[in-house]
Design a protein around this ligand. Structure first.
Ligand code: PPS
Length: 375
């Protein structure tokens, strides 16, 4: 055998052996640090197309996953616990599935929720300190990702919320679920209706028995004050939304759906590496794919997989199937299952009017994100 040929063969054998060894190492289980390195892909790719960032066949391997899960739990044990700021905030949109997103993510062994599910720190007490915010958090080990979700951050009360969040938790990752603003009106209407009636205070009577009755009053009011999306006047339009909200809280059932106007405020402080935009329609149909994508975005080991989310035929909504606990189903509370299973619907008139009402705002959103939703 000639010498160059011998060299070539040795190099080939070396690389084949290296490949076999690497594959063996992966199947035997990597350290958490190695696993994380293996996990990370650019955030932008994860957020743009959730189908592109689904789990690999290795991650679907049951033995591998069980082992990884145990390793993650073990990696936290014996570490000091302290109160820490959240690494994840669900900022909205109200009635778009923010609770479902949180409920689907929290089985992750490295995620814990804040002491109160909705902290309302940045909207209810603007100007609070880091220390005040910390008081709302549990004591956890350093590897743990605390998550809080307050959908009111997206659009309520103060336009300074994105800047305030950036100041207190600069490295935080934000999750934003967007849903069809027309469907959102129906869901929010029932939420308001139930809240008002629950308090049973006659002076706080809701006054509108149907969405159509509400729209008769509020559509002209909001249209007159804010109108169609206007590129040149968007800051002024945003100001008007907040002013109207302060004067008349119920206007938010409509103005929350002006996503492009709200998002411009968030994009001044966050971009696609720290703000993940989730399509609620995708989460309703394929929650597991969205959760896989969210783990990539959050740089978390991927241990929650598509097959863990199953449709509950009775309710029409997806639940988490706890494979570590006899496949018990963890489903959403009943107050998060009111309208989107078809039990309630808008009248054809209301649906039509709302489609037109949101048209220019939707177009602006799709252009801003270079992506189409629900259209
Ligand atoms: N998998 C999945 N994906 C997306 N959305 C889902 C999902 N499951 C439930 N839902 C819908 O979530 C709606 C409640 O939204 P939120 O949890 O954001 O409400 S809240 O703002 O916290 O009150 C709630 O609205 P209603 O149906 O009107 O109750 C549900 O339709």
């Amino acid at each position: 055998m000639s010498t160059p040929y011998k060299y070539g063969l040795s190099i080939l054998i070396f690389f084949v052996a290296l490949a076999l060894f690497s594959s063996y190492r992966i199947h035997q289980g990597l350290s958490v640090k190695e696993y994380r390195r293996f996990q990370i892909i650019p955030d932008a790719a994860a957020t743009k197309n959730f189908e592109d960032s689904s789990a690999s066949s290795l991650q679907h391997n049951t033995t591998w996953r069980a082992k990884m899960w145990e390793e993650l739990i073990k990696s936290c044990q014996n570490k000091t616990k302290t109160r820490r700021l959240p690494k994840i905030i669900g900022i909205g949109v109200e009635k778009c599935g923010t609770h479902a997103l949180m409920q689907f993510l929290i089985p992750h062994p490295l995620i814990r929720i804040a002491r109160r599910i909705e902290c309302h720190f940045f909207d209810a007490k603007p100007g609070g300190s880091v220390e005040d915010y910390l008081k709302l958090m549990p004591e956890v080990e350093e590897d743990i990702f605390i998550m809080e979700k307050t959908p009111a951050y997206f659009n309520f009360r103060s336009p300074s919320i994105p800047a305030d969040i950036k100041k207190i938790v600069p490295d935080v990752k934000l999750l934003l679920v967007l849903c069809d603003p027309v469907e959102r009106v129906l869901s929010d209407f029932y939420q308001q209706w139930i809240m008002f009636n629950k308090t049973n205070q006659s002076q706080r009577e809701f006054g509108y028995k149907t969405v159509d009755e509400y729209l008769d009053v509020y559509l002209p009011r909001v249209q007159k004050t804010i109108g169609d999306f206007n590129e040149e006047n968007r800051l002024l339009q945003e100001e008007k939304i907040f002013k109207l909200f302060r004067e008349d809280h119920l206007s938010h059932i409509l103005t929350t759906g002006f996503y492009a106007l709200h998002l411009q405020r968030w994009f001044k402080h966050f971009n696609e590496t720290n703000l993940m935009i989730i399509d609620s329609g995708a989460m309703i149909k394929h929650p597991g794919a969205v959760i896989e994508s969210a783990q990539r975005f959050l740089h978390l080991p991927m241990v929650l997989l598509k097959e863990d989310y199953v449709l509950d035929e009775e309710s029409g909504y997806f639940c988490y199937k706890d494979w570590r606990n006899e496949n018990k189903l963890k489903c959403l509370p009943s107050d998060k299952q009111r309208t989107r299973n078809g039990q309630k619907a808008l009248s054809p008139d209301a649906a039509n009017t709302l489609q037109k009402f949101f048209e220019s705002h939707n177009k602006a959103l799709f252009k801003m994100l270079n992506r189409t939703f629900w259209a």
